[in-house]
Design a binder for this molecule. Sequence first.
Ligand SMILES: [Fe+2]
Ligand SMILES: [Fe+2]
Length: 260
Amino acid sequence: MSETSVSQGEMNHLLEPIHGFLGSSTPAAWINEAARSDELHALLIDHLHCELKAAQSAAFLLRKYVLTKEQASQVLEWLVPFEDVAYRKANHDLIAAQKEIPRIRKTEEQKRNWQGRMVDRMLLLMKEELHHFTQVYEIMREREMDIQPLSASRYAASLLSHVRTYEPETLIDKLIVGGLIEARSCERFAALAPHLDSQLQKFYISLLRSEARHFEDYLKLAQEIAGRDISADIQRLVDVEAGLITSTDNELRFHSGVPA
Ligand SMILES: [Fe+2]
Ligand SMILES: [Fe+2]
């Protein structure tokens, strides 16, 4: 099956665990606002930034918890052309840049434990997020939409403010937050898609498969690293996330709450 074609059956299959996991569905008021044509430009800028932030967060987790200095600089360098495009209006061949996947030679220690698996999963996730970034960027260019500065929504910062400040709980909570953001993105793409033009509709549906996998990868890593039952830790953050989605929010963004 091609990247863009996701049948209704597969879509339901992908969304079932997402809906089971999240504490609330996207409110109709958000969909109504987000589907307005005069919001599309801002929404696409925000989406573009979200894809980059998804790749950056994975890179920062790897840098903080797994990689040697040298390995980390390889990973951070991979992001530079995308950051140039997003923040500095630069022009780069992003199709080529996404393929510059760093070849990380794992240390013996990394090979032996969860760190090695985290490298593999996070590099694959980054590759996919950078591909999504490139896709959003191409759609914006076709539509002659420039990348203007746009404030981030409260969503990620608020979620991260609920991460505990001692290890290994910090890492476990950050991974759960990563899973929540991926799950919400997936749920929103599916909720918004039917209200968009056919190009965006197809594109958003095409993203479901990878975002659903990212959600599971984050939770699996959290579970593996914790080595204990983390359902209470998950539930605590699920409730925080649902609170952000169902409460009034002053700014309309991809992950914002109920429009004021
Ligand atoms: Fe993505
Ligand atoms: Fe993702």
